[in-house]
Write a protein that binds this ligand. Structure first.
Ligand code: GLV
Length: 306
């Protein structure tokens, strides 16, 4: 008798590249929902909450393949305890995310969204010497918090803008307080962990320069968003470029009313190429785990056998 065909649940529509890999592997694919009962593998998104009670229901679950580099939506401890493998999709999204961090930095410093709104609303009456003045990016000091793959890629881009780069990471580089005091731009690239939740709060925002631009393409809860609204409103800092928010898709009260913030809807990795590769890699992680092979991107290496 041939062994039963493993079932993979894909929690939402993903790029075809991922589905293709699962189909070629001959797995049964169930689309939609985060239910894990009777499921061998879950290919999920960063918006899916994969907590202990859910994992405990996965009597046959061998692998949770998150289609993201961040895994803060998965209870890693519970997964490890239950012997379930957890994987992510690093590397492929490094450049796309670093590009967006730079886009937000430039847009916030040079008031791109404000200008766009002015022109669209018919408010542009011609060149004026004092119209739309912003902050100079080239030659400024860029503080990067989190010196991993994406932070390093942002630093590479900064070279082209002749910027001085300060790096701060757990236990090495410039201390955070120094970095905040010396930087014209601060870009966040650390994972969300209990240690980095509200890493940037009132004390840190007050340390920053009054013209400084804060960029967050990492995870919303790294910044105390309500306090950031006050900082932007009261001029503790100059501007912000945000791709992520504390309670997505909700925004802190007052954020959208501020003229000195540029907002994008968590699209750091959202290029056709990158999202296709993320889906493919998540699916390849599923295939490896269900075939008992070495799993390329295991954040937690499980013990349940296929
Ligand atoms: C996106 O935010 C990711 O973690 O991949």
């Amino acid at each position: 008798m041939s062994p039963p065909v493993p079932t993979v649940r894909v929690t939402a529509a993903i790029p075809e590249e991922g589905i293709e890999v699962l189909r070629e592997a001959g797995f049964r694919i169930e689309m939609g929902g985060v239910d894990v009962e009777g499921i061998d593998a879950l290919l999920c998104l960063l918006t899916d909450r994969i907590d202990a009670p859910l994992l405990e229901r996965g009597d046959r679950l061998k692998v949770v393949a998150n289609m993201a580099v961040g895994v803060d939506n998965v209870d890693l401890e519970a997964a490890a305890h239950l012997g379930i493998t957890v994987t992510n999709t690093p590397d492929v999204l490094t450049d796309a995310t670093a590009d967006l961090a730079f886009a937000l930095m430039l847009a916030a410093a040079r008031r791109v969204s404000w200008g766009d709104r002015l022109v669209r609303s018919g408010g542009f009456r011609g060149w004026e010497p004092l119209l739309g003045l912003g902050f100079e990016v080239t030659g400024g000091t860029l503080g990067i918090v989190g010196a991993g793959r994406i932070g390093t890629a942002v630093a590479e881009r900064a070279r082209g803008f002749r910027m001085d780069v300060l790096l701060c990471d757990l236990g090495f580089g410039v201390p955070l307080a120094d970095l905040l005091e010396r930087s014209d731009f601060v870009s966040l690239h650390c994972p969300l962990t209990p240690e980095t939740r509200h890493l940037i709060g009132e004390e840190e925002l007050r340390r920053m320069r009054t013209h400084a631009v804060l960029v967050n393409t990492a995870r919303g809860p790294i910044v105390d968003e309500r306090t950031l609204v006050r900082a932007l409103r009261e001029g503790w800092i100059g501007a912000a470029g945000l791709d992520v928010f504390e309670e997505e898709p909700r925004l802190a009260p007052g954020l959208v009313d501020l003229p000195n913030v540029v907002l994008t809807p968590h699209v750091g990795s959202a290029t056709f190429t990158t999202r296709g590769r993320m889906a493919e890699i998540a699916a390849r992680n599923v295939v490896a785990a269900l075939r008992g092979k070495r799993v390329p991107n295991a954040v937690v290496q499980g013990t349940r056998s296929p």
